[in-house]
Design a protein around this ligand. Structure first.
Ligand code: AHR
Length: 321
């Protein structure tokens, strides 16, 4: 648990070694300037992630140029182009969606500015367009959610009606959390996903979509929300409909931010799969290595856990975010 948020390395091949920044926007010598394009401020997770990146840059002595894309890919592309023009030493970004990055990543590569993907993946076939990808295994998170459900209903053969609040359409966490969960529950026909729609990872959208789900599906057993914020919005909708969250409708979410953990400890959420936003320290370490031209792993996977209601009560007071 104490290790949650720290990260473990995995795997595969090594990223290209010629980190060799063509950037001259840094302040010279060992000084590094990083351009960072953040997705937005859609969730508690994102706020904690932004703080982690900003604090870690300061601690690592890295000059950070930060931009918030307000959940729009076009804004991220503009920001990356602007960082290329400014000749930063390294670019890091959390891609709002998986597709459509090849052109701008090629522009960065041609300008000899290395790129690190953080938090979310891209689906580019050409993996030389970025040096490494630091972040969670979202498929595994979806699987953990499904495994809890299978265990929870193991002694019942009755149908289990599930509604799903998906994250941002086309984003890696929405795609992967959906497929990981579906893979696990498909083994048993009693599990039926009766509605699945995006809530864009926000509390407001989570509430709105859950209200619609409740109107068209009067007998929902389970809500699977791809993040805490949508789950928290949905709780308001469930209470508004006169039902008891955590009892009448069991709720599984992903993230484990403080508000989510509070709702879990209060019995309104039943299970949370952790997704750690504390990526800043590792991002800065990787950036330093890449700029020096050192080899880095092609993939660095965040280590995370899961929480039951009892576990949430135990760790709530020490939760950092
Ligand atoms: O990419 C990580 C996801 O993005 C988090 O789970 C969600 O809360 C955020 O908006």
């Amino acid at each position: 648990m104490v290790l949650a948020g720290l990260t473990a390395m995995s795997v595969a091949a090594c990223g290209g070694g010629s980190g060799g920044s063509g950037g001259s926007g840094g302040t010279g010598g060992d000084a590094i300037t990083m351009g960072f394009s953040q997705v937005g401020a859609e969730s508690g997770w994102r706020t904690a992630n932004t703080k982690s990146v900003q604090d870690s840059a300061k601690n690592a002595g890295i000059t950070l140029k930060f931009s918030d894309a307000q959940q729009k890919q076009e804004n991220q592309i503009k920001a990356i182009r602007s960082y290329i023009q400014q000749k930063v030493d390294i670019i890091a970004f959390s891609p709002v969606v998986e597709s459509g990055w090849d052109t701008v990543l090629k522009e960065a590569k041609d300008a000899k500015i290395p790129v690190i993907l953080t938090d979310r993946a891209v689906d580019s076939k050409d993996t030389t367009l970025y040096k490494t990808f630091l972040g969670s295994d979202f498929i595994e998170e979806g699987k953990k959610a499904g495994q809890w459900l299978v265990e929870e209903y193991k002694s019942s053969a009755d149908p289990v009606k599930i509604v799903e609040l998906q994250g941002t359409t086309g984003s890696a966490p929405a795609n992967d959390r959906k497929s990981g969960f579906a893979d696990v529950i498909k083994a048993e026909t009693k599990f039926q996903i009766v509605a699945s729609q995006t809530g864009d990872f926000t509390r407001a959208k989570g509430k709105e979509v859950m209200e619609a789900f409740l109107k068209s599906n009067p007998d929902i057993d389970v809500l699977y929300a791809h993040n805490d914020d949508m789950g928290l919005g949905a709780i308001e909708a469930i209470e508004g409909a006169g039902k008891v969250p955590g009892k009448d409708i069991k709720i599984i979410t992903v993230d484990a931010v403080k508000d989510g953990m509070q709702a879990l400890a209060d019995g309104k959420i039943n299970y949370i799969v952790e997704c750690s936003p504390l990526l800043g320290p590792q991002l800065m370490d990787l950036a330093k290595k890449v700029v020096k031209g050192e080899q880095v792993p092609a993939r660095v996977v965040t280590e995370e856990t899961t929480f039951t209601q009892e576990q949430a009560k135990q760790v709530l007071s020490t939760r950092q975010y």
